[in-house]
Design a protein around this ligand. Structure first.
Ligand code: FAD
Length: 326
């Protein structure tokens, strides 16, 4: 069965995030000859290369560009996406399981009375139906769901679907979508955006993450972790224990009430491994735990465990890795 699939591009500072390519590639496979349509909602669409979206599977790119779309305003984005859905009549809408996607998908699904499934890590076709896989019980189990109806909206966890090879011979038609957002249709306004710096590497898309817990003991104690992250080109994350203790910003928190990450390599340093932390990182491909308590629960999910004082071990790792990482 052929399908029309609409993929909302996930944008950060005018750049397309990798999860967009992961969604497009998957959409291409599921479309079965139907159309894959990328959607850009932005105030700065000029910085986005439509051909990059085409190379990963988009046949058409819808662009809604307006100063009113500079920041995520729920009513504005929902209204634009609703217009796009009415225009192209997709069977499936994919968007990132980001702060925006988590808010936008159910809002727009409700407008259409459509089905919605959150935080998927896979979608396949079985017997003509789309089957969505999502983690439950803090990542300890997975459910496979089918969703009734002609339209389904799904949010996709980054770093799980394959992004596939880019095909530079592909191109896409670019269609501008007019944006009509009367002020009285918007119930919320952004008055100010305060940006927090969390280092160079985007945590939710990082391939390697070095996370610290209460075991680092202070803000100063995070320094060796930042050095390790620098050698590995990694992002720095944290447990809620470390955030609550004021050692780092809450923007770094990983877990049930923080960010959900799926890197290739995750270092849990001075983190006990509470279930709420595991909910955010247990699907990492390789987990390395450093903890002075050999009974710490983190060792149950770790692929490699180092028992010892992190302040001895992390500097040794940094020195040794400097020798092998160019
Ligand atoms: P601790 O549990 O105190 O562990 C510190 C670890 O460091 C210990 O294992 C200790 O052996 C080790 N250590 C100490 N010194 C050293 C050293 N020198 N060298 C090596 N190891 C050392 N937590 C999250 O992380 N993310 C969430 O999103 C989250 N959401 C929550 C939501 C709810 C509703 C609730 C109730 C809790 C949530 N928590 C969350 C909190 C969670 O239950 C734990 O309290 C928290 O994860 C503990 O953080 P921690 O492992 O850093 O600290």
């Amino acid at each position: 069965m052929s399908r029309t699939i609409l993929v909302l591009a996930d944008l950060r500072n005018g750049a397309v995030r990798n999860v967009t390519f992961e969604m497009l590639s998957t959409a291409k496979k599921l479309a079965n000859g139907g159309a894959v349509i990328a959607s850009i909602i932005s105030n700065n669409s000029g910085s986005i290369k439509a051909e990059e979206l085409a190379h990963h599977g988009a046949d058409k790119v819808l662009v809604a560009d307006s100063a009113a779309l500079e920041n995520y305003v729920p009513d504005a984005y929902a209204s634009v996406l609703e217009t796009m859905i009415k225009d192209v009549n997709p069977n499936l809408v994919l968007m990132a399981h980001s702060a925006i996607g988590r808010d936008l998908a159910p809002k727009v699904a409700a407008r259409f009375g459509a089905g919605q499934v959150s935080d998927i890590i896979d979608v396949t076709e079985e017997g003509g139906n789309l089957v969505f896989t999502r983690p439950i019980y803090a990542g300890k189990a997975f459910t496979k769901n089918t969703v009734a109806g002609d339209l389904v909206l799904a949010t996709v966890r980054p770093n799980n679907l394959p992004a596939g090879e880019a095909d530079a011979s592909r191109s896409a038609e670019v269609v501008n979508v007019s944006v009509d957002l009367p002020a009285d249709s918007l119930r919320t306004f952004i008055k100010e955006v305060v940006k927090k710096s969390t280092g160079g590497v985007d945590l939710s898309e990082a391939k390697v993450i070095v996370s610290g817990g209460r075991g680092v003991k202070s803000e100063e104690g995070f320094k060796p972790l930042y050095e390790l992250a620098e050698v590995l080109g990694a992002a720095v994350g944290a447990s809620r224990g470390a955030c609550d203790a004021g050692y780092c910003d809450y923007a770094l928190q990983i877990g049930q009430t923080g960010k959900v990450v799926t890197p290739d390599l995750y270092f849990a340093v001075g983190i006990s491994g509470a279930i709420q932390h595991l909910a955010g990182m247990s699907n990492s491909k390789v987990i390395v735990a450093i903890n002075k308590d050999p009974e710490a629960p983190i060792f149950k999910v770790a692929d490699y465990g180092i028992v010892g004082d992190l302040f001895d071990i992390v500097p040794i790792l940094v020195e040794e890795l400097k020798k092998v990482v160019a």
